[in-house]
Design a protein around this ligand. Structure first.
Ligand SMILES: Cc1cc2nc3c(=O)[nH]c(=O)nc-3n(C[C@H](O)[C@H](O)[C@H](O)COP(=O)(O)OP(=O)(O)OC[C@H]3O[C@@H](n4cnc5c(N)ncnc54)[C@H](O)[C@@H]3O)c2cc1C
Length: 362
């Protein structure tokens, strides 16, 4: 056990949560070791597949209130954390808070009304200021490419982050903070101990952020398959994430640098990691084409498949006990929830640090 008020922390899983926690804790002076089963430069976790939307209001339609509340907390932290990270690493992390737009084809107009009613029911009057109806003109002012839609909804507070820029920036910051990094090292987590091919190592605190890798330790944890495509075309320029509401499938299109757009995502109750199906490719492509026909000439740059780590009620878990914290079940909300969950874990760590310091004095 360390003899100062800083902890020796072992973290297993260098996905989104593992990297963020390792960065924050090493930045606060703790000595951190990070164990990752895969490769650090090319992450294999859900973090690498995600579209990076930070959209508490859009998600509230399908999710319970705590997801929205944690998401709103996260929105407070992301800008400051991204600034800090960019300054430390001199790497750009494309964080954008330009809101998002929901549209529906004229025959599916009810989808927009239903969305509004659902949010009204869940948020009450607080809702009205956050949700703005757009007529064709207002829609075109925000997104000229959406000229063929006669109305939409604007969720001004929503944001998105380019995960393919965030994850390498976090890795560089971890190296700068002298975090001990072990890649290709699958680990098991126990209170105060991490077991891996390196042997069993002792820590003041172990944090389990292994996503689906923690399935045997967290009852009911399951994978939910998600497929996305990345397309490229100079013909279309969206300025923010756009969601197409449709009775059978939901599509989002998230614009990225270099004329690229991430489109997604399927949600299939399965932990199958095999390549994207033809059916999903067709559904995603045709929904995108229905937003703007010029997408027909877009080039398919990449398809991505991964499984979201989800609990039975699709809510995140932060399990705390002496010497071990587990953060998991981020489901389709990793980027939405991560800062709020990091903060929950940090307050537990403050408690454990105080307990250790008291034990050392007495
Ligand atoms: C298609 C898709 C789209 C998504 N879009 C969004 C979005 O727009 N917005 C949003 O907020 N969220 C989105 N998500 C969800 C988000 O990606 C996840 O919630 C998030 O990545 C979970 O983070 P995590 O750190 O818990 O797990 P992961 O990111 O999966 O990381 C877990 C890490 O642990 C490692 N690991 C596993 N087992 C071990 C072991 N035994 N020892 C050591 N390491 C181990 C893995 O290799 C991995 O690197 C999306 C997910 C998918 C699949």
């Amino acid at each position: 056990m360390s003899t100062h008020s800083y902890l020796k922390v072992g973290i297993a899983g260098a996905g989104l949560m593992g990297r963020l926690l390792a960065w924050r804790l090493s930045g606060a002076g703790h000595t951190v070791s990070l164990f990752e089963a895969g490769n650090l430069e090319n992450p294999v976790g859900a973090c690498q597949t995600a579209a990076g939307m930070i959209s508490p209001l859009s998600e509230l339609f399908h999710c319970p209130l705590p997801i929205y509340q944690l998401g709103m907390q996260s929105l407070q932290h992301w800008p400051q954390w991204v600034d800090q990270l960019q300054q430390q690493t001199a790497l750009p992390v494309d964080y954008r808070q330009s809101g998002s737009i929901l549209i529906a084809h004229p025959q599916d107009r009810n989808e927009l009304l239903q969305f509004q009613q659902e949010l009204n029911a869940k948020l009450g009057s607080e809702n009205s200021a956050q949700l703005q109806w757009l007529d064709n003109l207002a829609l075109q002012n925000l997104e000229p490419e959406l000229e063929r839609f006669d109305q939409g909804l604007f969720l001004a507070s929503e944001a998105d982050i380019d995960n393919r820029k965030l994850l390498p920036a976090l890795l560089r910051a971890l190296k700068q903070n002298r975090v001990q990094l072990y890649e290709n090292t699958a680990a098991e987590c126990h209170p105060g101990k991490v077991a891996s091919a390196r042997g069993s190592e002792s820590f003041d605190l172990v944090i389990d952020t292994r996503g689906l890798g923690a399935r045997t330790q967290i009852q009911g944890l399951r994978g939910v398959r998600g497929e996305v495509m990345v397309v490229e075309t100079p013909e279309i320029r969206l300025n923010r994430p756009v969601r197409l509401l449709h009775p059978r499938y939901q599509l989002y299109a998230v614009p990225r640098a270099n004329n690229r757009t991430v489109i997604g995502a399927t949600e299939i109750e399965s932990d199958d990691l095999s390549p994207i199906s033809l059916r999903s490719t067709m559904e995603l492509s045709s929904a995108l084409y229905s937003i703007h026909p010029a997408f027909a000439e877009a080039r398919v740059i990449e398809t991505r498949v991964n499984c979201r780590p989800a609990t039975m009620d699709n809510l995140p878990v932060v399990e705390t006990g002496p010497g071990l914290i587990r953060v998991n079940g981020l489901f389709r909300h990793g980027y939405l929830l991560a800062p709020a969950l990091v903060q929950k874990a940090e307050s537990e760590i403050v408690k454990q640090t105080q307990t250790l310091a008291t034990a050392q004095v007495t």
